[in-house]
Design a binder for this molecule. Structure first.
Ligand SMILES: [Zn+2]
Ligand SMILES: [Zn+2]
Length: 264
């Protein structure tokens, strides 16, 4: 399985264009952009088609011509910009599945002519499992308010597997239970709030990130060979050098937009 990180940032990305904090300045000085979190699997499964995902695909020299599935975590604007479906409809009528929680599906469907038949919509709720284009996708409960709900995902192709855990605060017990004993190759785990501790429980900060990694280790979802990568990074995180150290202490590695991972 190839996992291409199209975006690793929170909704406003880093730098936040209005901000002069050390982290935004650090990113500006180094010329690094973190765009909203989105992932492309094997060039054909796009997780979280947010506002910058299509352009990131182009910037990275890829395309979505072979994209068969769009998997949406929730209907917040950094994770879903349904205009992508309209833009797609102008050039192709090849089959596409759009999968996600009810509000995301409803919002997406509103952007297409109801008479079109190429896009199939599938609504998921936590605990449901679907097999799509060779991937077994399991919807997991997230700790995040978003209209009809937000979902995290366990995704596998029979050989490799990953957990996509954004947006969420500390994982609900049902999610920890669902992943118990199921060691994955990769965990993409959000760390929106970094060193901030006063922004609520709908996202993780560094302390809650460490707690979640420890919990996932304890239930066996993270093992010796699992890679842990923070995503949905917001500017409350420290500048890169410091963040790298903090993540290394937790057993996680900081990657940039455009990073390609090959799972065994
Ligand atoms: Zn988000
Ligand atoms: Zn900032």
């Amino acid at each position: 399985m190839e996992v291409l990180l199209l975006g690793t940032g929170a909704a406003d990305g880093i730098p936040n264009v209005f901000c002069a904090c050390p982290t935004c300045t650090d990113h500006r000085d180094r010329g690094e952009l973190r765009t909203p979190t989105s992932v492309l699997i094997d060039n054909r499964l796009l997780i979280d088609p947010g506002p910058e995902a299509p352009r990131q695909v182009s910037r990275l020299g890829r395309d979505l011509i072979g994209c068969t599935t769009m998997l949406v975590s929730h209907a917040h604007s950094d994770h879903l910009d349904p205009a992508v479906l309209l833009h797609r409809s102008w050039v192709t009528q090849t089959p596409l599945q759009v999968v996600g929680p009810a509000a995301a599906i409803e919002w997406s469907a509103n952007w297409l002519d109801p008479a079109q038949t190429s896009v199939t919509f599938t609504t998921l709720t936590a605990g449901q499992m679907v097999e799509i284009d060779g991937y077994l996708i399991e919807a997991l409960a997230a700790n995040h308010h978003a209209y009809t709900g937000a979902l995290c995902y366990h995704l596998g192709d029979g050989t490799s597997s990953l957990l996509y855990l954004t947006d969420t605060g500390l994982l609900p017990p049902a999610t920890l239970k669902a992943v118990t004993g199921r060691q994955v190759d990769l965990v993409l785990l959000e760390d929106t709030f970094g060193t901030a501790s006063d922004k609520g429980d709908q996202h993780l900060n560094l302390v809650a990130f460490a707690t979640t990694v420890a919990q996932l280790r304890e239930v066996g979802a993270i093992g010796a060979n699992s890679r842990v990568v923070p995503v949905h990074l917001g500017h409350d995180n420290p500048p890169l050098a410091e963040l790298r150290q903090a993540m290394a202490d937790i057993g996680a590695e900081v990657l940039s937009d455009g990073a390609e991972l090959r799972l065994p």
